[in-house]
Design a protein around this ligand. Structure first.
Ligand SMILES: NC(=O)c1ccc[n+]([C@@H]2O[C@H](COP(=O)([O-])OP(=O)(O)OC[C@H]3O[C@@H](n4cnc5c(N)ncnc54)[C@H](OP(=O)(O)O)[C@@H]3O)[C@@H](O)[C@H]2O)c1
Length: 249
């Protein structure tokens, strides 16, 4: 005979099973560089759309300023280097966001030049290639809008960004199902947090500049929202490789 206790425990087991299946059904996205200025906003935007986010960085820590933010507990903050990606992890995920990079500083030595190319180029390109090998079909790369006089091989930052963009284009040609989106902001403004948790607001200077030069400045929230909407876009017949400039973000 069925008792109330029996019915209750069966209902509980069923609800747990449904929850587990729902978790398994959720889209899972890996974000290389996910602990940074843009990466943490992408993680939050993914959380708001009920997507599982795995934020990878070389240190692997959750940024200090997020320690009391409830949403950040739903994100996995792990160690992972884009330049030598974990293919087994990528095989379990549905999409890649890669936003590893450095500020566009001029280089005075061969080592510094190579470092810029490696950080902005090789690291992202390796993550994109590994995503292709792991069966991932959607990649969003955060590049940069570089003024034309600086778009030269002699500028390590530009050479690196080009290398990563070429890898994204190659990815899009893997099959009809593959799509790569490159987002190229100019200057991104918003609140940036230091490792100590201290905030620096870039809004005071850059927000008014964005009204005067909308083609050159964009807010970090807009960039993160665009990354996530491109990542999750299900519209048919979209181009397999697209480049989005600052004023289109
Ligand atoms: N901020 C801007 O105004 C702006 C404008 C245009 C384009 N961009 C581009 O946008 C991207 C993101 O910029 P951001 O300002 O968010 O940079 P950010 O705050 O420095 O964040 C990048 C994060 O990437 C991680 N990282 C570095 N190398 C890595 C690697 N090999 N593997 C995994 N993680 C790595 C770093 O953490 P760990 O040290 O812990 O690894 C860092 O926290 C960059 O490519 C940048 O060039 C930025």
């Amino acid at each position: 005979m069925l008792t109330a206790e029996h019915i209750f425990s069966t209902a509980l087991a069923y609800s747990l099973l449904v929850k587990k299946n729902q978790q398994q059904d959720r889209i899972k996205i890996v974000v290389y560089g996910g602990n940074g200025f843009v990466g943490t906003r992408v993680a939050k935007a993914l959380y708001e759309r009920e997507v599982c986010a795995v934020c990878l960085s070389r240190t692997g820590h959750k940024p200090l300023h997020l320690k009391d933010r409830k949403w950040s507990e739903s994100v996995r903050w792990c160690k992972g280097d884009a330049s030598s990606p974990d293919t087994q992890l990528l095989e379990r995920l549905d999409g890649l966001v890669t936003l590893v990079g450095s500020p566009p500083v001029p280089t005075m030595s061969k080592e510094a030049y190579n470092e810029q190319v490696f950080t902005n180029g090789t690291a992202n390109a390796n993550a994109i290639r590994a995503a292709g090998e792991a069966g991932i079909k959607r990649v969003v790369l955060l590049g940069a809008q570089i003024p034309s006089p600086l778009r030269s091989k002699r500028f390590g930052y530009a050479a690196g960004k080009k290398l990563a963009m070429d890898a994204a284009e190659e990815f899009s040609k893997l099959s009809n199902e593959h799509r790569a989106i490159v987002i190229q902001p100019g200057v991104i403004y918003g609140r940036r947090y230091l490792k100590s948790g201290k905030a620096i607001s870039l809004d005071t200077l850059f927000k008014p500049m964005s009204w005067i030069m909308p083609w050159q400045f964009v807010s970090v929230e807009k960039v993160a929202d665009r990354i996530v909407s491109e990542l999750l876009c299900n519209e048919p017949n979209k181009d397999q490789f697209i480049v989005i400039k600052n004023n289109q973000i």
